[in-house]
Ligand binder design. Structure first.
Ligand code: TYM
Length: 330
């Protein structure tokens, strides 16, 4: 399973809200595509989720749901490892050690923290502030070569690289420096209600996103109601037509038809017709996805997560042990 000679991919999603098309197209779909070429490790990052308040019973369910989404999206546990972050305690331990070389100035630059904390910078948790360091620990524990993520995580992966390089300089060669992998066209799926903001689990209105668990009929309605731009041409132009460009992106990624072909097909036709067709595409995608999703049993997921943690724990422990030696606590 941890394939010799293959480069290692690591990525994760927080089980903290409704997983949506942005998570799927920006991250999980590319994970599925990478499985044959790489040795892949996909994590349900529950320690990240508790950086904001969670209802314990809901969180417990969401951890299982998130792993099911990975499976329904085509992550194959025979090829890739799926595990729950808190099942491998080395994540928290390495995060602590990295905390002791990460600087306040590093974290003060993180735009996602600033956005999430907003005006509440003094009252949000220390965990939320520190979350990029935990993310760095996740990645570095597995000698990761490549980290496929959406655009909002670029800064965090860059911080991870900086922390690893700094540690290597201070204590000697310890960590492999991971590369960022971005699927450009899918890296920033925007909100359906506001194409100036990204599609987000924590959006104020469910009209912002298509959740992977939305009823297909309801999702279709969200597409019909999605904000459009002025004019009526269906052309891709992020600056002048952000809403239509976003819908074209979603259409193209779900149907495997190029944006150029879609533009040609809808030349001279209005937004109404275009949205009707996209609504159908989304409905079909969700119907198929959910057919797979609802077949997966909780007990099977628990087995997969347990087996996944067992497989990766030795790698994580070996890295942690090397790090402890380097800093002089072992
Ligand atoms: P999270 O849970 O916020 O998002 C999971 C993945 O989905 C991508 N994404 C998007 N992509 C395109 N368009 C969007 N609108 C959109 N919204 C979200 C995110 O970029 C991400 O790839 N900190 C991470 C999870 C994490 C992690 C890691 C990732 C923890 N440790 C180690 C990689 C490696 C997070 O909160 O992602």
């Amino acid at each position: 399973m941890i394939k010799e000679n293959k480069k290692t991919v690591f990525s994760g999603v927080q089980p903290s809200g409704d997983l949506h098309l942005g998570n799927y197209l920006g991250a999980i779909l590319q994970w599925a595509e990478m499985q044959d070429k790489y040795s892949c490790i996909f994590c349900v990052v529950d320690y990240h989720a508790i950086t904001v308040r969670q209802d314990p019973a809901v969180l417990r369910d969401r951890i299982i749901e998130t792993a099911k989404m990975y499976l329904a999206a085509g992550i194959n546990p025979e090829k890739s490892v799926i595990f729950q972050q808190s099942d491998v305690s080395a994540h928290a331990e390495l995060a602590w050690i990295l905390n002791c070389s990460a600087r306040i100035a590093d974290l003060n630059k993180m735009t996602q923290f600033k956005e999430k904390a907003g005006k509440n910078q003094e009252t949000v948790t220390v965990g939320l502030y520190d979350y990029p360091v935990l993310m760095a620990a996740d990645i570095l524990l597995y000698n990761t070569d490549a980290v496929p993520v959406g655009e909002d995580q670029i800064q965090h992966v860059e911080l991870c690289r900086d922390l690893a390089q700094r540690f290597n300089r201070q204590f000697g060669e310890t960590f492999k420096i991971p590369e960022l992998v971005i699927k450009e066209e899918a890296a920033r799926i925007m909100g359906l209600d506001d194409p100036a903001k990204k599609m987000s689990k924590s959006a104020a209105s469910p009209a912002n996103y298509i959740a992977l668990a939305d009823k297909p009929e309801e999702a279709a309605k969200k597409i019909i109601k999605a904000v459009t731009d002025s004019g009526k041409e269906i052309i891709f132009n992020k600056d002048n037509k952000p809403a239509i460009s976003n819908l074209l992106t979603i259409y193209s990624l779900l149907s495997d038809e190029s944006i150029k072909d879609l533009e040609k097909r809808y030349r001279g036709r209005g937004y109404g017709e275009f949205k009707e067709d996209l609504a159908e595409v989304v409905k079909e995608f969700l119907t198929d996805f959910q057919e797979r999703l609802y077949k997966i049993k909780d007990s099977d997921v628990k087995d997969i997560l347990r087996a996944g943690a067992e497989k990766v724990r030795p790698i994580a422990e070996e890295t942690l042990s090397r790090v402890k030696e380097r800093v002089g606590i072992k």
